[in-house]
Design a protein. Structure first.
Lengths: 193, 89
């Protein structure tokens, strides 16, 4: 429990322990995929560089900004609910969801571009990793958005308050994990050459 | 880690993203030199550390969790950089 004065609280893990165990498992899985990409690249650096050049760096950059902004909105949402402003909190969650929807839209546009160009995950090793990594991540964004949407409804119903933000922190932690993964993925897949 | 407000951290995260984007866009990354790639992953490390410490709030959590996530971030980035360096030869 936190005391009334900020800064003298006992160390505490925000959210359910279960989500943190899930987060560790996800970080491990993605970590292995990131490293597989980085070392597979050594087999044919020229191919990876050439294929990477067909990615849209602007889309990648905007998507990074959207996930970061969504994370910030989740943080602001929890701050609002903690001070008793649930309606404001729900508003911040809707903003987070809007950023997530933007990310999804841009990702689908990228995939559509590749589809039209006849490129898919069987085209070469780079594209296999591109679709595998971003696709796996994409599903996590969707799952996180479903979680946030449920939390938004519950927040609007006044279900949470200054003494109970555990569910929000749990969903928030999962969202921040999705952001954290993309923070590594963006320079690795889109920029590093 | 210096202590910034959540809003300042958001701004810094966006700034780091913009710099990374610019390094890619301008062609600084991809000339076969290590420095720009070190920069983009140093930026990624700082971004990750801020998300871990101040968005996930692990700054105020038991040290084990902070160490696990920070450890993951730094190990993964280090190994990525090793792979990149090996690919330069």
């Amino acid at each position: 429990m936190t005391s009334a004065v900020e800064g003298v609280a006992e160390p505490r893990l925000a959210g359910d322990l279960a989500v943190w165990l899930i987060i560790l498992a996800e970080l491990l899985a993605f970590g292995i995929l990131f490293l597989s990409y980085a070392f597979a690249r050594l087999q044919d650096v020229a191919l990876f560089n050439a294929s990477q050049a067909t990615l849209d760096l602007n889309y990648g950059g905007i998507n990074t900004a959207l996930l970061i902004t969504a994370s910030w909105c989740v943080v602001r949402a929890i701050q609002a609910v903690k001070r008793g402003a649930s309606t404001s909190g729900a508003g911040w969650l809707v903003a987070a969801l809007a950023c997530g929807a933007g990310f999804i839209g841009i990702k689908l546009a990228e995939y559509a571009d590749k589809w039209e160009a006849g490129v898919d995950l069987s085209t070469n090793t780079f594209y296999m990793f591109y679709f595998l990594l971003t696709g796996f991540h994409f599903f996590h964004v969707l799952a996180a958005m479903v979680f946030l949407a449920i939390l938004t409804v519950q927040t609007l119903r006044g279900r949470y308050g200054p003494d109970d933000v555990n569910a929000l922190e749990t969903g928030g932690a999962f969202w921040h994990m999705v952001d954290l993964l993309w923070i590594v993925l963006f320079p690795l897949i889109y920029v590093m050459r | 880690m210096r202590f910034f407000s959540k809003n300042q951290i958001w701004g810094l995260l966006l700034l780091a993203t913009a710099v990374t984007w610019w390094l890619g866009e301008s062609g600084q990354v991809g000339r076969g030199t290590v420095a720009p790639v070190l920069v983009i992953f140093a930026l990624a490390a700082f971004k990750g550390l801020w998300v871990i410490a101040d968005f996930m709030d692990l700054r105020h959590a038991p040290a084990l969790w902070r160490r696990l996530l920070v450890g993951w971030l730094l190990v993964i980035i280090s190994l990525i950089l090793l792979a990149y360096w090996l690919g330069l030869g």
